[in-house]
Design a protein around this ligand. Structure first.
Ligand SMILES: *Cc1c(COP(=O)(O)O)cnc(C)c1O
Ligand code: SF4
Length: 431
């Protein structure tokens, strides 16, 4: 299958776009001017059900929706476009709106390590055992998710984290023997040609690092371009490279991003999953919980069951981040926990490998373990699944119950305490 991307400048050429009114096309143009917009022929032809596109999860996940901007911002851009304002004027307005949408959440800039006197812009190292690597060639995606927190990387170039050399990565790993995992991320690293993967992976294999146990690839490609592993011209070479990594004694894990069971149903994705597993790749799945997309226990239970049937291990359920179109997708922490719990209770133990709901915030990955009542006070029970300081992990702590809370910033310590247990040492680490 030949890859065909669509974005703001050519989406009117999509044959199925005839189902949209002129008004709906204009809405895509307005919102797509502010938020990144890109989709592809697989999403358009095989995932979206165009007979009811307005409610279709894949349409909403790829095509900008009017309500993803607040009314004032929407009206401002709409009137600029209607009046054919010069692009410089439009871009100035766009920039202002984007900066209001928290383009760099969870303190990502503080994850960038200093090494040999320099800031390593292509590496983030937040959790002791795991290094994130942002290969330069992997900083875009086959299609853009409208909820994505990486959106400023596509929209605002100055927030781009990327790096060229495999060499620096290897030296950083040698200097930091506590690291067991390298996670390739982006954008979407699977957008890279196999020859770039070869450059990076061969460097890791040849370095023969005793500490390196897992190479992980965080990717949406199985859901949005499964042909990467079947008919793309360098698909077979990529699978052979994965086999080589595995044979060298390093585990290779794909952190696959699946939002909805519909993404697991096409012949193309099932074939890609079979081929990856046959090449020795372990596939794990993760997704945020998103209103208007997957905010029901039945959807999650079906997703996990179908994943496990195809050999995938359910891994994380995330709370939608506090960035971009968060208001459109946000689910309260209370509901997130109810959905997780209900879905978890519907599936057999083999699917219950999934952790969540988890907030990836600046101090760490905070799990909403549940809602409880302790000595007359209703509380959220929370727990770090990952922490900037590993000592925080696995110690339950408590926040005042708040039915409207959607993110950690909305929470206050329970029992009249002034701060959460980790805050002192967190501020020290930050300083
Ligand atoms: C989630 C995440 C990881 C991976 O953590 P695991 O719990 O091992 O999957 C690594 N680095 C950052 C910054 C993360 O947010
Ligand atoms: S594929 Fe990943 S990085 Fe790319 S837009 Fe979607 S969530 Fe963001």
């Amino acid at each position: 299958m030949k890859y065909k991307p669509y974005s703001l400048h050519n989406f009117r050429q999509i044959p199925q776009i005839k189902f949209l009114s002129e008004e709906q096309k204009f809405e895509i143009e307005v919102v797509g001017t502010v938020l990144p917009f890109k989709t592809d022929n697989y999403v358009v032809d095989e995932l979206i059900d165009w007979t009811s596109f307005e409610d279709d999860p894949f349409f909403i996940l790829n095509f900008p929706q009017k309500d993803m901007l607040d009314e004032a911002s929407y009206n401002k851009i709409a009137s600029l476009l209607k009046n054919n304002s010069p692009s410089k004027v439009v871009q100035e307005e766009v920039k202002k709106i984007r900066l209001k949408l928290n383009p760099n959440p969870a303190g990502q800039e503080s994850n960038v390590p200093e090494f040999e006197g320099e800031k390593l812009t292509g590496i983030q190292h937040k959790y002791r055992e795991i290094m994130l690597f942002f290969p330069t060639q992997g900083q875009t995606c086959h299609a853009y998710c409208t909820f994505c927190f990486r959106w400023p990387q596509f929209a605002l170039n100055d927030f781009k984290f990327a790096m060229k050399e495999a060499d620096t990565m290897v030296r950083y790993l040698k200097a930091n023997p506590q690291i067991t995992d390298v996670l390739f991320t982006g954008g979407d690293p699977a957008i890279m040609k196999t020859r770039f993967f070869e450059e990076y992976f061969n460097a890791l294999i040849d370095a023969d690092l005793p500490n390196l146990k897992n190479i992980r690839i965080g990717t949406k490609s199985l859901a949005y371009w499964p042909y990467r592993y079947t008919t793309d011209e360098d698909a077979d070479d990529l699978l052979r490279l994965f086999e080589k990594v595995k044979k060298s004694g390093i585990n290779i894990a794909m952190m696959a991003h699946f939002n909805h069971p519909g993404e697991l149903k096409t012949e193309a994705v099932q074939e890609a999953i079979r081929r990856l597993i046959a090449a020795g790749v372990q596939i794990r799945s993760q997704s945020p919980l998103l209103r208007n997309i997957n905010d029901s226990a039945d959807i999650w239970a079906e997703n996990w069951q179908e994943q496990v049937r195809q050999g995938i291990v359910p891994y994380y359920m995330f709370v939608a981040r506090d960035t971009g179109a968060q208001d459109y997708f946000a689910v309260t922490l209370n509901r997130a926990w109810q959905i997780y719990r209900k879905a978890f209770s519907k599936v057999s133990g083999i699917c219950r490998t999934v952790k969540g709901p988890s907030m990836s915030c600046s101090p760490g990955k905070v799990n909403v373990v549940g809602i409880s009542e302790i000595k007359g006070e209703k509380v959220f029970v929370l727990n770090f699944l990952q922490g900037r300081d590993p000592n925080w992990v696995g110690k339950p702590f408590f926040a005042k119950y708040d039915p409207n809370a959607i993110w950690i910033d909305d929470l206050e310590p329970a029992f009249g305490e002034n701060e959460f247990f980790y805050e002192d040492s967190y501020y020290e680490l930050q300083a």
